[in-house]
Ligand binder design. Structure first.
Ligand SMILES: *Cc1c(COP(=O)(O)O)cnc(C)c1O
Length: 386
């Protein structure tokens, strides 16, 4: 049975396999015994290996142990958890914050607490899989709107019974496309129609907005969007996720959110690392400056070479290919030329939209970006994409 299902995937070039790196994440990594330029990590600010962040993880592990020992509500809430939650709330200018074990769990746990059977969810077609799973698990009626299309959202809102509890769900920065949700318009639509807006800012946290508070800060709509979710495993270089918002809402999540309640608390080291990363995000804005300069250099270069790029405005730079087999062949050529950037295929992206999702970090040197562009040129020629 397994073999047959796997063969079906292979027939469509959709088999996945684990590709183990031989070293820590960074601008370059060891892979299959040689050093290659890494252009697929979400560690946008290089914080996973920042000395302060690593130190904080080591110190907290020494002081509080490798694991928290229980769920948060039993005896798994330790000083690092309290420190991280108060730092997140202060950073995001909200009353409270709650940390979850991962972004996946935060989405399941928050959506299912916000809406249940009888309610209506409107979700962007390109929402992250964890949002879709949260919507399904909630039992609410679930409708998809065209990507970023506020007119479509409005028509769906107008057609519903106006007293029906309604949740609008979107990524802030879309994880596979690198574009932004129209948050100001979605927030006004939600307000006009008595709906609630839920923003997953996994790829905005730490990098978008002047202070790195995310996509909501980028658009200046903090007052209109009183709560949101973000993650600690991408720009913050650690692991886990958070919801920030009003005290009552966080208290409600603590009391109702099953993926918060029925799981062991995140390890003290991980949590302390995230708190240290948050300090770096606030004290070292130069990293964001370098990130955006690198992003510009790589994006311009890829466009100049003639690749078909998605309309991105973030450090996520998708080269659109379409066919899954072609995307795989291109990724393999890139690797031969010394660049690690795997193909992204369905079901992570819609059918016939396979791509190379290129990402860049603040820690790549300009010479490495130029070297990578040369590799893209050679691989593009070798596979007939250019
Ligand atoms: C990565 C990601 C998640 C999942 O976060 P994890 O902490 O990795 O579980 C959720 N939403 C979006 C948009 C993401 O990109």
């Amino acid at each position: 049975m397994f073999r047959k299902r796997l063969q079906q995937l292979a027939d469509h070039s959709l088999t996945r396999r684990l590709m183990a790196l031989g070293s820590a994440t960074g601008p370059t990594v060891q892979f299959r015994g040689r050093q290659v330029i890494l252009l697929s990590s979400n560690d946008y600010l290089g914080l996973a290996t920042h000395p302060d962040v690593v130190q904080a993880a080591v110190r907290a592990t020494e002081q509080y142990g490798a694991g928290a020992g229980a769920s948060r509500l039993v005896c798994g809430t330790l000083p690092p958890h309290q420190l991280l939650e108060s730092s997140l709330a202060a950073f995001q200018h909200t009353e409270s914050a709650l940390v979850f074990g991962s972004g996946y769990l935060a989405n399941l746990g928050t959506i299912t607490s916000l809406i249940q059977r009888g309610g209506l969810i409107l979700a962007d077609r390109l929402c992250h899989a964890s949002l879709i799973d949260g919507c399904r698990l909630s039992g609410a009626n679930f409708r998809v709107f065209r990507h970023g299309d506020c007119a479509h959202v409005e028509s769906l809102l107008k057609r519903r019974r106006s007293d029906r509890p309604t949740l609008i769900v979107t990524d802030g920065v879309f994880s596979m496309d690198g574009d932004l949700a129209p948050l100001p318009d979605l927030a006004s639509l939600a307000a006009q129609h008595g709906a609630t807006l839920y923003v997953d800012d996994a790829h905005g946290t730490g990098i978008m907005g002047p202070m790195g508070r995310g996509t909501i800060e980028h658009f200046g709509v903090e007052a209109q969007i009183p709560f949101h979710m973000g993650t600690l495993g991408k720009a913050l270089g650690s692991s886990g996720a958070y919801v920030v918002g009003p005290h009552d809402m966080i208290d409600y999540l603590i009391n109702t959110s099953r993926p918060f309640i029925f799981t062991t608390a995140p390890p003290p080291g991980t949590v302390a690392a995230a708190a240290a990363a948050l300090t770096v995000v606030q004290n070292d804005p130069e990293r964001r400056t370098r990130l955006w300069a690198n992003r510009h250099r790589l994006f311009e270069g890829l466009q100049r070479l003639g690749f078909r790029m998605a309309p991105t405005v973030s450090p996520i730079l998708p080269i659109l290919i379409g066919d899954a087999a072609k995307a795989l062949a291109f990724a393999e050529q890139l690797l031969t030329q010394g660049v690690f950037a795997p193909a992204i295929r369905p079901p992570t992206v819609p059918n016939e939209t396979s791509r190379i999702r290129v990402t860049v970090t603040s820690e790549h040197r300009p010479e490495q970006i130029d070297e990578a562009l040369h590799a893209f040129d050679l691989a593009g020629q070798a596979t007939g994409l250019l």
